[in-house]
Design a protein around this ligand. Structure first.
Ligand code: COA
Length: 433
């Protein structure tokens, strides 16, 4: 059958499509700006028809009403990463989180966590019947390959991205047309502290380097200090509007990249409409799944790969906590360790963890001992550069006593006496910073 015929035959409403989900099913949903909100809302409205439907996804940008109070018994969210709307559900026992490196999520969907259903957002089909997964290819492509029931929200606002982002109409069990602008992440306000951190991060970046950046004010601040650099490249789990600024200014050219020369590589994208317009049908941007983009051995094929990520706490041994505040789970490992490792396997690569020295202006993020309940994200064996507004420490190959000295210098002055007290007790010597 011709794809246009298939398309017509499989076209339905969201209400009808979600009836294909059965009690006990595992449903994998596209995330971030790729969340198929219209389908998710229809599924949540149909809650009474389901018992124990497992919902898996990464970063939520919608309301996640399936894990709201009252949904127990109908749904259980098994998160791969937490965000604003799922954190509380996890804290209150209505959701769980699976510790998993981002690059291993596609493999998880092939093996232990095969989905029964996948719900994703796609662009309208091209002349050959291919729709693009657009801004979220990460694990969605694998979910589509593995699930028996593939339900697609066809949204004309979804950009068509190049790379491996395509799903053919014949692979879809149900097609629901629903146009809605993609969720946007406003550009962060950059504080003076974040500017200082950004300046330090940018000082570690050379002309021709290939960058990976996380989300938020620190990556944006770092990029804002790179306007004088030349021929930067992007191989990143995700990127946002700050990268568009530098690409349009001719600073990011991808000309020196040793893998995918001339192209920016990512597995998902979140930002404003400007970003979504920039990536639409742009052959200079290629989207691939996380088992490729985030695989440390693939990352390492980019020479001079510099990764810049953030965290919650660093202890004096250099152990980095990024996904929890004490017992409170904030997020997940995401691609942090993938890139910390990949960057250091890359010829000339560097890995940076950058953070303000304090949280909420009153808690030191550099601590003698990590909070009870917190989990180490980047271990003291993997850590390399730590940056705060007070400077830069390269912990690689540095012994524990010297690491502590370097890290105390990066702490806010108000907290240094306490850290020095701990240092002198632990190392049985006077602190001579
Ligand atoms: N003690 C107490 N509270 C702390 C804290 C600390 N040491 N550090 C952070 N917090 C609080 C903040 O004050 C903030 O609280 P609020 O929401 O009430 O304002 C909250 O925790 C989140 O911290 P913030 O610094 O705003 O986080 P962020 O949105 O910039 O994200 C991470 C930072 C670490 C959570 C995020 O980088 C992450 O999830 N990392 C792991 C994944 C990753 O690195 N992926 C790679 C690329 S995407």
């Amino acid at each position: 059958m011709e794809w246009k015929e298939i398309y017509k035959k499989r076209l339905t409403t969201a209400g009808e499509a979600v009836k294909l989900i059965k009690s006990g099913n595992r449903v994998v949903i596209g995330h971030a700006a790729g969340e198929p909100s219209h389908l998710v809302d229809a599924m949540a409205e149909n809650a009474k028809a389901y018992e124990n439907v497992e919902i898996m996804h990464m970063l939520p940008m919608g309301t996640s009403s399936y894990c709201a109070p009252g949904m127990e018994g109908h749904f259980r969210h098994n998160a791969l990463f937490l965000g604003g709307s799922t954190r509380e559900a996890c804290a209150e026992g209505r959701a769980d989180i699976v510790p998993v490196f981002f690059h291993k999520i596609p493999l998880l969907l092939q093996t232990k966590c095969r989905p029964d259903a996948a719900m994703v957002s796609v662009s309208p089909p091209d002349a050959h019947g291919y729709c693009s997964l657009g801004v979220s290819v990460d694990y969605t492509l694998e979910a589509v390959k593995q699930a028996e029931t593939v339900i697609c929200q066809v949204n004309r606002h979804m950009p068509r991205t190049h790379g491996s982002s395509y799903v053919h109409v014949s692979e879809m069990r149900c097609i629901v047309e629903h146009d809605a602008p993609l969720k946007e992440l406003a550009r962060p306000k950059i504080s003076d502290v974040e500017k200082e951190i950004g300046k330090h991060c940018a000082s570690l970046v050379n002309d021709g380097d290939c960058l990976q950046l996380g989300i938020g004010a620190i990556p944006d601040a770092a990029l804002s200090f790179m306007t004088g650099k030349r021929d930067l490249g992007i191989h990143s789990e995700m990127f946002s509007d700050g990268v568009v600024d530098l690409a349009e200014a001719g600073v990011i050219t991808n000309r020196m990249k040793t893998l995918h020369n001339g192209k920016m590589i990512a597995n998902f994208l979140i930002g404003t409409q400007r970003l979504y317009d920039f990536v639409n049908d742009n052959p200079g941007v290629a989207m691939y799944p996380a088992d490729y983009v985030n695989n440390p051995l693939v990352i390492a094929q980019n020479d001079n790969l510099v990764s810049i990520n953030s965290c919650v706490q660093v202890d004096l041994m250099g152990q980095v906590v990024s996904a929890s505040v004490g017992h409170n789970q904030l997020s997940g490992v995401g691609g942090q360790v993938d890139f910390v490792r990949g960057a250091q396997l890359s010829r000339g690569g560097r890995s940076i963890i950058a953070m303000p020295s304090t949280a909420k202006g009153r808690v030191s993020k550099i601590v003698s001992v990590i909070d009870e309940g917190a989990a180490v994200t980047t271990s003291r064996y993997d850590v390399q550069y730590i940056v705060t507004e007070y400077g830069i420490a390269n912990l690689s190959g540095v012994n524990l006593r010297e690491r502590a000295i370097l890290l105390i210098k990066l702490a806010h002055p108000d907290f240094r006496p306490e850290l020095i007290g701990f240092f002198e007790k632990k190392f049985k010597c006077k602190y001579k910073g």
